[in-house]
Ligand binder design. Sequence first.
Ligand SMILES: [Zn+2]
Length: 98
Amino acid sequence: MREQEYNLKNLTKCPLCKAKYDNSQTFVLEEGSSRTIFHLTCSKCQSAVLAFITEGKQGVVSLGMATDLSVQEAREMFKKNPVNKEDVLEVYKYLNNK
Ligand SMILES: [Zn+2]
């Protein structure tokens, strides 16, 4: 839980409307020793964001990605297809090319 609290500091606001996230709207989809994935729903604009937090040699990297998936759908997705390093890289590239 310590890790989670730390990571969430990087993602306290909705990227779309800048409203502060409510902790009750935050769900951990996957938690690993060096990677945590959250599903966040904004209480103001209701937009959902997937957040990837990875801890590597360069430090902690957090990536946010808007998603249409509900918490339940996202959970299903990650259960079936565990996210690997390459997926996170893809998200990173996607965000950089925007
Ligand atoms: Zn919002």
